[in-house]
Design a binder for this molecule. Structure first.
Ligand code: ZN
Length: 400
């Protein structure tokens, strides 16, 4: 529903109480495939101990004999650490090679073991630093992607620094800006997706799965396509239904119809597509018809930088369609074991951010405020476990 200015208003069941107005739910950025693979990978390094006053001299010498650490990136690691700053595992490794601890030493990472030997280090450093002992420890191979991860790795391995970067996905500052954009109205779009999902289920068109495509320009957002699953529309059952009529594919098809309309037929031409096309892309439900309009920017790619809000994690097919249509952002509520977006669990494809594909986009899972019970939301909650999905599979082999 829209007011006279075209601004969206909540459909009747979702009119907010004061609590709802405050609680927008929460957004969690999906881990990328690389992030989940990187995990706790470690490398082994040579460590030595030098008197505190020689720490800088030691670092300078190491930089001279092994420029750039032989090409291994150690930027995320503290290069030296005091005795009380390291964990027991480092101290016990030191105790095995050191006759005593006088409390006035610092540990220095001398070099990755992959690039040099203890003998080379001893021969190169001892003339200046005196007799040295060496031992080896494991340290994180890659930079941490959060403060929490840095703290965990520091306690487990070696003092580690979080530099607000993510070598495995979008830069944290990009994610933070995007979240600022969407957090104000994410709930509005997710409620709309849930509502159209329920309309489809009630009409017998499809499963209770819905999506909303949103265009955001200069901070102003508006829906350009709303679509529900329509796998049973004009389709014989049983079986998986019409897999081309998944909600995301229908919504993309609706966007494409506007492009065709403006390019081929002129704006006054009526859309002639009927729901006999395989994608069932003609708006059929009340919400679909109400929010069906052209996007403003047409840059050559169908959904370039648009946002898509989904009640359920899109399946692999729909996820690839979202990537190839060049959406900018995707948000879903319920994880699916057949989903294509998540890298940590399920099929594990993490399709939203794969370097081998020619487009990456930002992806979040949204968690509805716990106060949201009733209104039929519960029937949309399909938890990420096989029992819940199998229960659906028994009648629909549900792919979202
Ligand atoms: Zn799908």
């Amino acid at each position: 529903m829209t007011d006279n200015n075209g601004n969206l208003q909540h459909a009747e069941p979702y009119k907010s109480s004061s609590d709802c107005a405050i609680d927008r739910g929460s957004l969690a950025f999906l881990k990328t495939k690389l992030e989940t693979r990187a995990g706790d990978n470690v490398m082994s390094v040579h460590v030595t101990a030098v008197p505190v006053k020689l720490a800088s001299t030691a670092i300078g010498l190491i930089r001279t004999i092994l420029p750039n650490d032989g090409g291994v990136d150690l930027q995320h690691l503290r290069r030296f650490a005091k005795y009380h700053e390291v964990n027991d595992h480092v101290r016990s490794a030191y105790a095995k090679v050191a006759p005593r601890n006088d409390g006035h030493i610092v540990f220095v990472i001398a070099a990755p073991m992959a690039i040099t030997t203890r003998k080379f280090l001893a021969d190169s450093l001892s003339p200046t630093l005196g007799s040295l002992v060496f031992f080896s420890i494991d340290v994180p191979l890659q930079a941490p992607t959060s403060q929490e991860q840095a703290a965990l790795w520091s306690s487990r391995w070696w003092p580690t620094v979080y530099k607000k970067s993510n070598p495995f996905g979008p830069h944290p500052s990009i994610m933070a800006r995007a979240e600022e954009d969407i957090e104000g109205d994410v709930r509005k779009w997710m409620d709309m997706a849930a509502e159209v999902a329920q309309q489809s289920k009630a009409a017998g068109f499809g499963e209770a799965v819905g999506v909303v495509i949103v265009e955001r320009i200069n901070g102003v957002s508006r829906p350009v396509a709303v679509a529900a699953d329509a796998r049973w529309l004009n389709w014989p059952s049983p079986g998986p239904g019409n897999v081309s009529a998944h909600a995301a594919l229908r919504a993309i098809d609706m966007v494409s119809q506007w492009v065709r309309r403006s390019h081929e037929a002129g704006e006054k031409q009526e859309i002639t597509t009927k729901n006999v096309g395989i994608f069932r892309g003609k708006p059929s439900l009340p919400l679909e018809e109400e929010h069906y309009r052209a996007q403003t920017n047409q840059t050559g790619y169908l959904c370039h930088d648009l946002e898509i809000y989904c009640t359920h994690e899109p399946c692999v097919m729909c996820s690839m369609a979202i990537v190839h249509s060049r959406f900018g952002r995707v948000v879903f509520e319920n994880r699916m074991h057949t989903g294509g977006l998540c890298a940590d669990g399920g099929l594990g494809h993490g399709l939203f951010w794969r370097k081998e594909l020619n487009w990456q986009l930002l992806a979040w899972q949204w968690t509805r405020p716990t106060a949201d019970t009733g209104f039929g939301f519960d029937q949309l909650r399909i938890s990420d476990n096989r029992n819940a999905c199998d229960e659906l599979s028994s009648r629909a082999d549900l792919n979202a």
